[in-house]
Design a protein around this ligand. Structure first.
Ligand SMILES: C[S@@+](CC[C@H](N)C(=O)[O-])C[C@H]1O[C@@H](n2cnc3c(N)ncnc32)[C@H](O)[C@@H]1O
Length: 233
């Protein structure tokens, strides 16, 4: 198990809850579809086969935003199960609607802090992948401690991945990309699929995301990092 700080002691969060405006469709999705595709947060570990109604590799996406890229990936990859975790309720409502409209049977959604979900609900060595696309960059130096990618978080993710499982991160902030690289290169549990110290030359299975498009419009670059958990597969 990871020795990351227990949930009730963790004061620094990677997000600020901003409720924003829920559209009528999002509100209805939260009311009506959460029972079907949502998973309540609890401190009990999930049984993935029961949750998805089948045995298949499970990929967890942290901070899926409005869920469009997650829905696109899940539709293109029906052989794997996708567990999306997001704190922003309008985004959760949007993804629930996409799941329902597109008949995506391989998606489940948790509206909660992904760090607590990882710690409390995800069995050790159970995930085929963790994806973190364009996490809040917290660009000011005094806020860097809020960045989700920290050594303790990386250890926690390593605990939850199966051997051979992948952690895929992307960001449009160069200083965050450098930070991700430093933290991951220092973690012996992971090997860099692009070779030590390198960014990934491609974005893997990842479609373009909403935040990525916004960054590109502002002239930002994009950095992908894909690491594999070491060990026997
Ligand atoms: C900059 S947005 C990127 C959204 C999406 N991945 C994209 O690329 O369009 C980051 C998202 O991460 C969510 N987030 C931040 N910290 C989180 C956490 N600890 N657990 C779950 N979601 C989180 C935020 O609510 C926000 O929607």
């Amino acid at each position: 198990m990871s020795d990351a700080t227990p949930a009730h002691h963790r004061a620094i969060r990677s997000f600020v809850r901003r409720e924003g405006r829920l559209t009528e469709a999002q509100r209805r999705a939260l009311d009506e579809l959460q029972a079907r595709w949502g998973v309540p947060f609890s401190e009990r570990t999930l049984a993935f086969a029961a949750l998805f109604g089948r045995e298949a590799p499970v990929v967890m996406e942290i901070g899926f935003g409005n869920g469009e890229s997650l829905a696109e990936m899940a539709a293109a990859d029906p052989e794997r199960n996708y567990l999306g975790v997001e704190v922003h309720r309008p985004g959760v409502g949007r993804l629930l609607n996409l799941v329902e409209q597109q008949g995506l049977r391989n998606v489940r959604v948790i509206c909660h802090d992904a760090v607590e979900v990882l710690r409390g609900q995800i069995p050790d060595a159970s995930l085929a992948g963790v994806q973190l696309y364009f996490p809040d960059p917290w660009p000011k130096k005094r806020h860097h401690k809020r960045r989700i990618v920290q050594p303790a978080w990386v250890e926690l993710v390593a605990d939850k991945l199966k051997a051979g499982g992948e952690l895929h991160m992307a960001t449009d902030w160069e200083s965050y990309a450098q930070h991700m690289l430093e933290v991951l290169e220092a973690c012996p549990a992971f090997e860099n699929t692009a070779g030590p110290g390198n960014y990934s030359p491609h974005r893997g299975r990842r479609p373009q995301t909403k935040f990525e498009r916004r960054g590109l419009r502002k002239g930002h670059g994009v950095w992908d990092l894909i690491y594999r958990k070491r060990g026997d597969t």
